[in-house]
Design a protein around this ligand. Structure first.
Ligand SMILES: Nc1ncnc2c1ncn2[C@@H]1O[C@H](COP(=O)(O)OP(=O)(O)O)[C@@H](O)[C@H]1O
Ligand SMILES: [Mg+2]
Length: 215
């Protein structure tokens, strides 16, 4: 069993997109997956509701207002699934911190602009705070270069810039129209464009995440 939280201070950097598409890939790898949507805007619930794909079978909305209740909810989810993915809202430190206090792995997506990298640094600090509260072993932290324009210098440099902050990065997710189109159809990229470059990236990401979970 593993709990994976996807957090970040900025909105629009691909947290929900990564959570949803990772869920589909982890299911494909044979896992029982539950996705917890802690964003008050419930973007994953809305995404799932646009179609009848795998998301509609595994996304649950959960409130983080009462930390103890949230912890119990996550623990229950971890009993019925072997991969619990927690999507968190931007801006508010609380859900991200609460999720980081429970997670085995925290994923920090970051875009290629300097502002994105500054936000990633702040998200890293918050996650390390959670790790310190847990005596320094968990959660493991990985950056994900996200929404990168393929074949650009900014994209190529992003992984190095993020790793320069002190934690490793998982494989890059490029900005691709099919990813956004899939969401509009209520589907994950595996369901919408299997075998596409976008889908291949998410498969690589899921496999790399599994390697981290095994650590
Ligand atoms: N790799 C990608 N390629 C194309 N569009 C993307 C990608 N990742 C995210 N998006 C789009 O960017 C917007 C913000 O993404 P989202 O996952 O909701 O970010 P966050 O959860 O961090 O706020 C959405 O419209 C989404 O469809
Ligand atoms: Mg989101």
């Amino acid at each position: 069993m593993a709990i994976v939280a996807v957090t970040g201070r900025k909105g629009g950097i691909g947290k929900s997109t990564i959570t949803a598409n990772l869920a589909a890939e982890l299911i494909e790898l044979g896992h029982k997956v539950v996705v917890l949507d802690t964003d008050p805007q419930q973007s994953l619930i809305a995404w799932a509701g646009l179609g009848d794909g795998v998301l509609s079978t595994c996304v649950e909305a959960v409130d983080t207002a009462k930390p103890e209740k949230f912890r119990e909810y996550v623990e229950r989810a971890a009993k019925k699934a072997d991969r619990v993915l927690i999507d968190t809202p931007p801006g508010f430190a609380d859900p991200a911190l609460l999720a980081s206090l429970l997670a085995d792995v925290v994923l920090l997506p970051a875009g290629p602009s300097p502002l994105d990298i500054m936000a990633a640094r702040e998200a890293l600090e918050l996650t390390k705070e959670a790790r310190a509260q847990r005596n320094g072993r968990k959660p493991l932290i990985r950056f994900i270069p996200s929404k990168v324009l393929a074949n650009t210098n900014l994209g190529r440099d992003l992984k190095a810039s993020l790793e320069g902050l002190g934690e490793k990065a998982l494989p890059t997710i490029c900005q691709r129209i099919a990813v956004a189109e899939a969401a509009l159809s209520g589907l994950t990229i595996r369901e919408y464009a299997k075998g596409s470059p976008a889908h291949t990236e998410f498969m690589s990401l899921a496999k790399a995440l599994e390697e981290v979970i095994k650590k």
